[in-house]
Design a protein around this ligand. Structure first.
Ligand code: FE2
Length: 352
């Protein structure tokens, strides 16, 4: 079970290795927590940990990215945060190399989706965002029938889509309040900055650099930097636009709290053919966001069950077979709740 470090208590058993943001191993899987360990983890800015809890259905912590690769990627992400000179080709090439390893692991993994949420526990915001956007983009690309070469290009571009932000002052990027018009204009420049950086590096494909340039363009022409419309936006950029917004909405930010998965999906669903290409939204919902049959869910009523049947066109509101009541008692005769007919009932969470 993934819990906040603030909820950790002495005696809990770790179900996953913990690394610091610079990739140093802090504690091993199987370690029994002591108060001094918990304090040490907090000092190292670890936000969440995965504990072994028999009374819960254990969440699979074997993520899609092997921990050794995650560790290397965290070191790279740290470099991004520390703003090492990215004019040096070596640093960008290092990111691209690690990305290739991650993509290889992603492509060989069958059960990708269930692990996306687990990945959010890796304690590094930028790394999380880059990897999540990349993972989601690859899944959408796969469902669009892309070949491996295309998926690798899309995945790399998605990983580097926000690289231009290294030139945006941190005071603006981390500002807790609303940006002024001038500040927003500066933030918008991360698209052209990213394109320029990537374009300078030999061996970086134009299509890849273009993702950085165009991931804030919108289907209705109201995006930036070039107000491109519909078919003028490269499909790679349209995919990354959807993944970027989905991941941004479902992650905490300095200026706002994350929204629930189904709220983010409903938002994207409502923006079909407005902000986003409807075909890509459909593929996204079908492949990433829908609750597949058999998925274990907890409802906001406290009842637990499994998804028995999907409601076509409304992916966040399937029919759920309830087998545990709100007091966690197993129900002898399970019953069904159709979330499309019971609008006040929502899926609160999923578990494996
Ligand atoms: Fe961006």
């Amino acid at each position: 079970m993934i819990i906040s470090i603030n909820d950790a208590i002495e005696g809990m058993v770790l179900a996953e290795n913990i690394y610091s943001s610079d990739g140093i191993s802090l504690l091993r899987k199987g370690a029994i927590l002591k108060n001094s360990y918990i304090e040490n983890l907090k000092e190292n800015d670890v936000k969440n940990i995965c504990i072994d809890n028999e009374s819960f259905n254990k969440i699979s912590v074997e993520g899609l990215v092997k921990s050794a690769t995650s560790k290397e990627a965290i070191i790279i992400a740290k470099k991004i945060i520390n703003r090492l000179p990215f004019s040096q080709e070596k640093n960008i090439k290092e990111i691209i190399f690690i990305k290739e390893k991650i993509i290889d692991e992603l492509l060989s993994e069958k059960e990708i989706l269930k692990n996306i949420l687990n990945m959010k526990t890796i304690d590094n915001h930028i790394f999380n965002h880059c990897v999540n956007v990349s993972v989601i983009s690859i899944i959408i690309g796969k469902s669009l029938g892309y070949n491996k070469e295309e998926l690798i290009k899309l995945g790399k571009g998605a990983m580097l889509h926000d690289i231009g932000k290294i030139f945006i002052p941190l005071e603006i990027l981390n500002k807790p309040g609303k940006l002024t018009k001038e500040e927003y204009e500066i933030v918008k420049k991360h698209t052209t900055f990213g394109y320029e950086i990537l374009n300078k590096i030999s061996g970086v494909d134009e299509e890849l650099a273009n993702i950085s340039l165009s991931h804030h363009e919108r289907y209705d022409g109201l995006g930036y930097p070039n107000s491109l419309k519909a078919g003028d936006i490269h499909e790679f950029s349209s995919i990354v636009a959807v993944s970027d917004v989905y991941d941004a909405l479902t992650s905490d930010r300095i200026y706002r709290k994350k929204v629930k998965n189904e709220e983010a999906v409903e938002y994207l669903f409502n923006m079909k053919w407005k902000q986003f290409d409807g075909n890509i939204i459909d593929k996204f919902i079908e492949s990433v966001a829908s609750y597949s049959i058999g998925r274990k869910v907890i409802l906001n009523t406290g009842e637990r069950g499994i998804v028995a049947e999907g409601n076509k066109g409304v992916p966040t509101r399937p029919i759920v077979k309830i087998n545990y009541d709100q007091y966690n008692n197993e129900i002898k005769k399970p019953y069904y709740i159709d979330l499309l007919e019971n609008k006040s009932i929502l899926i609160e969470n999923t578990f494996n």
